[in-house]
Design a protein. Structure first.
Length: 489
C-alpha cells in the first residue's frame, strides 16, 4: 500500500486483499475492483440482516487475529489514536497530575477482542495505568471497586452510569471520589450529572472499529467521524413522506460532501470484515473539522439521532412507525395518568391460520370489482398461503405515572384504533372486514422502565436511553427488555 494513501483507501485496500480470494469476495466480485469508485458502484449496501446472512457466516474467525501484536494497526484501530489522546490531554490541561494516575474503565467483554480493548488502549496512550472492571453485581459493589482504585480518570459506557453511582453515593461523584480529574462517557451525553466535573466524550466505538473521535468543541455530545480509520459513507434520509416515513436516497455520498443540518445513516467498510454495512446509526452534521494526513478532506462533526421508527407488518398491511408512535402519544388526555414509556408492535399471540383461510377466500371471491385488487389487500393476497402468518392486531404496552384507571386500556385501544383508521384506508378496510382486530393495550407494572434501565446500567454495555414510545418487532414481545436501550458497540 502506498504511503500517500488516505486512511479510507488503506482500509479498503486491506479489506479487498483479505476477501478477494474468498467466497465472499467471489460473490461480490471484489477481484474486479481496483478503486473506491468501483467499490461504491458495484458492491451493494447491506442492511444488518443482509450482512449477517451474506457476509459474516463466511468470515470464519475474522480477518484480523487479535493475538497478533500488529492487530490494532492492521484493523485501523490505532490510526487516529494520537488525535484522541490529544483531545483528552486538552481536557486535563489544568490537571496534569492526572496523567500520572490510574484510569478505570467500566466495560463488559464483547465478542471482537480487537475492538473490545480499543478504549483501554486509547487511555494507555496517555501514559496512565488502566484498570478495567467488566461486571457489576450491584451499584454499591461497583462504587466500592472504583473507590479502591482511586482513579484520576473514569470511563463509563453511559452518562447514566455516573448518575446511578451518584445516587448510590448520595453526593456528586467527584466528592465521593476525590481523586477524579476526568469523567468520560461514550453514550447518553445529554444526561446531566451532579459532579462538578464535566462529562466529556470517550469517543464512538463500533463493531467496525473507531467510528467517532471525541470533539473538544461544543456541543459536548458531538463526534468527529473517524474517516481516517475506516471507509465511512453517508446515506441521506430526506424529509418525511405522506406516510410519515423518511425517504432514503439510493446512493451514498462521501463524508466531505455532507450538507450541514442533514440526517444521514452511517455506512461502514473496515478491515474487521464490515462490507458496506448499513449501521442503523443516524447522525446530523453540525460542522466540519480541518483535514489531516489520514483524512485529507473536511471531516464532518456529527451528533447522534434516534433511528426512524420502522414499519410494523400486520396481516394484509404494514403501518409506518411514525404513525404508531404518534397514535399512542395522542391517545392520552390531559386529565389521565401521564405516559412514561411505551412499546408498540405486532401482537405475536394474534396469529392464526383461520384468519389466513378466511382472508384468502374473501379475496378470491371479490372478483374484478374489488377496489383493492391491485394493492396488498387484493390480488397480491391470492398467493398469501405461501407467506408467513402475520399477526392480526397491534400490541401496545404502556407504563403510566401512578395507577391507571380500569377503563384506561380500552379507551387507549379505541383512540389508537380510530387514529390509524383515519390515517390508513388499507387499515380501515381490513378492520371493517374483521380481518384485523382492535389493538390490544396492556398497562405494565409501575417501575418497568426503571427496572430495565437499572439492568442496562449495570450491564456495563452501551447506551441506556430515556423513556420513549418505541416500535418493536415480533421477537420483542415484552416491555423494556434489558437489551432494548442501546447496542453494545
Amino acid at each position: 500500500m502506498g504511503t500517500g494513501e488516505s486512511g479510507r483507501e488503506r482500509s479498503l485496500g486491506r479489506l479487498l486483499d483479505s476477501l478477494r480470494a474468498t467466497e465472499v469476495g467471489r460473490a461480490f466480485g471484489l477481484g474486479r475492483i481496483s478503486s473506491l469508485a468501483d467499490f461504491r458502484a458495484h458492491v451493494p449496501l447491506l442492511s444488518l440482516g443482509d450482512h449477517a446472512r451474506r457476509v459474516e457466516p463466511h468470515l470464519g474467525f475474522g480477518l484480523v487475529d487479535p493475538r497478533d501484536p500488529a492487530a490494532a494497526t492492521l484493523a485501523g484501530l490505532d490510526w487516529e489514536r494520537a488525535e484522541v489522546a490529544d483531545v483528552w490531554r486538552a481536557f486535563l490541561a489544568d490537571r496534569p497530575r492526572a496523567l500520572t494516575g490510574q484510569a478505570v474503565v467500566l466495560q463488559a467483554r464483547e465478542l471482537d477482542r480487537s475492538v473490545d480493548r480499543l478504549l483501554c488502549d486509547d487511555l494507555a496512550a496517555l501514559g496512565v495505568t488502566v484498570r478495567r472492571i467488566e461486571r457489576a453485581d450491584s451499584a454499591a459493589a461497583l462504587l466500592e471497586q472504583i473507590a479502591a482504585c482511586e482513579p484520576t480518570i473514569l470511563a463509563v459506557p453511559s452518562a447514566f452510569t455516573i448518575t446511578r453511582l451518584e445516587r448510590e453515593a448520595r453526593r456528586p461523584l467527584d466528592r465521593a471520589l476525590p481523586s477524579l480529574a476526568l469523567l468520560l462517557a461514550s453514550h447518553d451525553l445529554r444526561q446531566r450529572a451532579r459532579a462538578g466535573l464535566a462529562v466529556e466524550s470517550a469517543g464512538w466505538i463500533h463493531r467496525s472499529g473507531r467510528l467517532g473521535l471525541p470533539s473538544p468543541r461544543a456541543p459536548s455530545r458531538s463526534f468527529t467521524l473517524a474517516v481516517g480509520s475506516q471507509l465511512i459513507e453517508l446515506l441521506p434520509h430526506r424529509e418525511l413522506d405522506h406516510e410519515g416515513q423518511r425517504v432514503l436516497d439510493e446512493q451514498t455520498i462521501l463524508p466531505e460532501h455532507a450538507t450541514l443540518g442533514m440526517r444521514y445513516e452511517l455506512v461502514v467498510t473496515s478491515p474487521l470484515g464490515c462490507l458496506r454495512l448499513r449501521t442503523d446509526d443516524h447522525v446530523e452534521v453540525v460542522s466540519f473539522d480541518p483535514p489531516t494526513a489520514l483524512a485529507p478532506f473536511p471531516r464532518p462533526r456529527v451528533v447522534r439521532l434516534r433511528p426512524p421508527a420502522a414499519r410494523v407488518p400486520l396481516e394484509g398491511v404494514s403501518l409506518p412507525g411514525a404513525w404508531l408512535t404518534a397514535a399512542v402519544r395522542q391517545a392520552f388526555r390531559p386529565e389521565e395518568p401521564a405516559l412514561l414509556a411505551a412499546t408498540v408492535g405486532p401482537d405475536p399471540s394474534a396469529v392464526g391460520p383461520e384468519a389466513r383461510r378466511s382472508s384468502t377466500s374473501k379475496t378470491r371471491g371479490a372478483g374484478r370489482g374489488d377496489p383493492f385488487a391491485d394493492t396488498e389487500l387484493g390480488a397480491a393476497r391470492v398467493g398469501a398461503r405461501t407467506r408467513p402468518l402475520m399477526p392480526r392486531r397491534l400490541l401496545v404496552q404502556v407504563e403510566v405515572q401512578g395507577l391507571g384507571r380500569s377503563a384506561l386500556p380500552r379507551r387507549l385501544s379505541d383512540a389508537v384504533d380510530q387514529d390509524l383508521r383515519r390515517r390508513s384506508a388499507a387499515y380501515e378496510h381490513l378492520r371493517s372486514a374483521g380481518e384485523l382486530l382492535r389493538p390490544h393495550v396492556v398497562i405494565v407494572d409501575p417501575g418497568s422502565f426503571a427496572g430495565a434501565q437499572e439492568r442496562r446500567i449495570l450491564s456495563l454495555r452501551g447506551r441506556v436511553g430515556t423513556p420513549v414510545v418505541r416500535v418493536v418487532g415480533r421477537e420483542r414481545a415484552s416491555l423494556f427488555p434489558s437489551s432494548t436501550y442501546g447496542h453494545s458497540h
